[in-house]
Design a binder for this molecule. Structure first.
Ligand SMILES: *Cc1c(COP(=O)(O)O)cnc(C)c1O
Length: 308
């Protein structure tokens, strides 16, 4: 973690995003707060959203317990929980309903109202469509979901588990513009967090040079240095210096070189995320998803919260 960069989380923006998702889809939102809410902090995010969402989704029971989601909000959490516990008491204590995809686990966890996970293409942590009815019976299950990223995944969920009076949900961020995917609830992650994180650093050096610089020997008329590096999760890509779009030229372990304009000075602000530079703008340079960019940059330094 860089001690010299700042991470600001705008909880009011997350609330506004959730309100707009709920308004657009007209169904309840299950807020995805796995991986510490994509690095933004599961507990503060959940507290900020408790009056706007139906419940939460995490990867594991341990995540829901660590953030104490149930005591903090009174709301339930759906946890995928790839390694189900034998003792249902832990689920009850933390208000967690586990996902199940085998008859065995459905039967064992019946008391904690498990939710069926249906495989519609992802081929992990989910039941093949031809086992749906047996699992529903074994666990007396009333709710089913799938991890959908494409329209056809939703169609497969409807074909496998529709027409049985079940509560169904499928849509994450990728399907929020597909009304057919809304079903009885949505499960967004990224879409709730867009625009809510601002990560900044300051120039500690600014140098004019016509000689090769850094490890890679880049040549550029004026470069600066910030105190965040790859040990903090930073990578090469776009940034803003004094509001102008620039490049992070080379990332060292605990510092990075930044392209500067002629008037940029020591002490000037460098935005690594936010101020109009989004995780989606950065993702191509990192050759990864916006979710991963958000998760890494939100954890670059100590988080400060505003709003809610
Ligand atoms: C992560 C996750 C989501 C949310 O994904 P986004 O693309 O960030 O909205 C929804 N459902 C499941 C099962 C997930 O694992």
């Amino acid at each position: 973690m860089s001690q010299l960069a700042e991470v600001h989380i705008d909880l009011e923006r997350i609330r506004a995003n959730v309100r707009s998702i709920a308004r657009q889809t007209n169904v309840p939102v299950i807020a995805v707060v796995k991986a510490d809410a994509y690095g933004l902090g599961a507990r503060p995010v959940a507290l900020a959203l408790r009056d706007l969402v139906e419940g939460f989704y995490t990867f594991s029971l341990a995540e829901a317990a660590a953030a104490d989601l149930h005591r903090a909000t009174g709301l339930p959490t759906l946890a995928l929980e790839p390694k189900p516990l034998d003792d249902p008491a832990a689920y009850l204590e933390h208000g967690v309903r586990p996902a199940v995809w085998t008859e065995d686990n459905a039967r064992r966890l019946q008391r904690v109202r498990p939710v069926l996970s249906v495989d519609t293409g992802m081929q992990r942590f989910a039941a093949p469509p031809d086992q749906v009815d047996a699992i529903l019976r074994a666990g007396d299950i009333r709710e089913a979901f799938t991890h959908a990223t494409r329209h056809e995944h939703v169609e497969k969920l409807l074909a496998a588990a529709g027409g049985r009076g079940l509560k169904l949900h499928a849509a994450g961020t990728a399907l929020l513009d597909e009304p057919r995917a809304y079903l009885h609830a949505t499960r967004p992650g990224l879409a709730m967090y867009r625009g809510a994180v601002r990560v900044t650093a300051r120039l500690v050096e600014a140098t004019d040079s016509d000689q090769p610089a850094g490890y890679t020997g880049f040549v550029i008329p004026r470069h600066g240095v910030i105190l965040a590096g790859y040990s903090d999760g930073l990578r090469k890509g776009p940034c803003l210096v004094n509001g102008s779009r620039r490049q992070i030229l080379e990332v060292g372990m605990q510092s990075a070189f930044v392209e500067l304009g002629p008037s940029d000075r020591v002490g000037d602000p460098v935005t690594l995320l936010g101020d109009g530079l989004s995780e989606s703008d950065i993702a191509p340079a990192w050759a990864t998803t916006p979710q991963e960019v958000l998760l890494r940059l939100a954890q670059l330094s100590t988080r400060r919260y505003t709003g809610a």
